[in-house]
Design a protein around this ligand. Structure first.
Ligand SMILES: Nc1ncnc2c1ncn2[C@@H]1O[C@H](COP(=O)(O)OP(=O)(O)O)[C@@H](O)[C@H]1O
Ligand SMILES: [Mg+2]
Length: 266
């Protein structure tokens, strides 16, 4: 767990300037390896199976995309990892089981979620939304990631006292991502960050996701923009009705016609 108050657990205090050769802020100083593994994970809502036998692995430092039609189970997958959905099977994060770990503890262990629909505190200011993001942190440096959030999203720094509900859709998404970064995640999960925002800002948001990865944060990305997300990602998983139907290098998935059928639900 990072203890220096920097996003991605960096120790040198600079953006993108990791000098220790590790990714994802691993505290053991070891080589980049698997940070997240799901084995045979199932989840249901009152009898309806939303995930069925899902297995996947994410290496530290990767961007992994999860694609699939509406209702395929993408949000359920992220919420299950975040501890918000009862599940069966195995979820390992950084070598430790997340089974029956409550959501705030999952957050504290280094898993951040930017939820679908952003879920900001609309009446609160930009600054208060960000500070509340650090709710799982303790100690005098718990607000230290603010500086990096403002470097990533200068617009937020210019609107500190503005109420969240008065921001544009794109700015609200920046705030939702910034708030998640305040928990100092080593794995950041984003659920459809481009939803409901202007095309110009979609590019900015996805570019920021790339920069966050470069800071040493591993990314699990659910995104409707198939082409853009597969261009950004290293690898991808395709979900269909709660099952993984395909996985591989993002470039291969992008070229595969079967994906379009699975993705479009045809
Ligand atoms: N809170 C919930 N209660 C009951 N069913 C849900 C709930 N959330 C999602 N579902 C159902 O679970 C399935 C997967 O949904 P979801 O994970 O939201 O898919 P996606 O994010 O890929 O669109 C869908 O059939 C959806 O209707
Ligand atoms: Mg969803």
């Amino acid at each position: 767990m990072p203890s220096d108050g920097k996003i991605g657990g960096k120790s040198d205090g600079t953006l993108g300037g990791r000098s220790d050769g590790t990714l994802g802020g691993r505290s053991d100083g070891g080589k980049a390896g698997e940070i997240l593994r799901l084995d045979n994970v199932s989840a249901s809502y009152r009898g309806l199976k939303a995930l069925q036998g899902v297995s996947l692995a994410v290496e530290a430092g990767e961007i992994v995309a999860v694609v699939g039609a509406n209702g395929a189970g993408k949000s359920t997958l992220l919420r299950t990892i975040a501890g918000q959905v009862a599940m069966e099977g195995t979820v390992m994060f950084d070598g430790q089981s997340l089974a029956r770990v409550p959501p705030h503890q999952v957050t504290r262990r280094g898993v951040g979620l930017v939820p679908e629909g952003r879920r900001l505190f609309p009446r609160l200011s930009v600054e208060d939304n960000l500070r509340l993001g650090a709710y799982t942190r303790r100690g005098p440096d718990r607000f230290a990631p603010l500086a990096q959030v403002f470097e990533l999203f200068p617009r937020l720094g210019e609107r500190l006292s503005q109420r969240a509900e008065t921001l544009s859709g794109g700015e609200q998404q920046m705030l939702a991502i910034g708030r998640a970064l305040m928990t100092q995640p080593r794995l950041l999960m984003l659920d459809e960050p481009s939803q409901g925002i202007a095309p110009k800002l979609v590019d900015d948001i996805l570019a920021a996701v790339g920069r966050i990865r470069d800071l040493g944060v591993t990314i699990l990305l659910v995104e409707q923009r198939l082409a853009e997300s597969l261009e950004l990602a290293n690898r991808a998983y395709v979900l269909q009705t709660g099952r993984v139907v395909m996985s591989g290098p993002a470039a291969d998935i992008a070229r595969d016609d079967g994906v379009r059928r699975a993705y479009l639900g045809l």
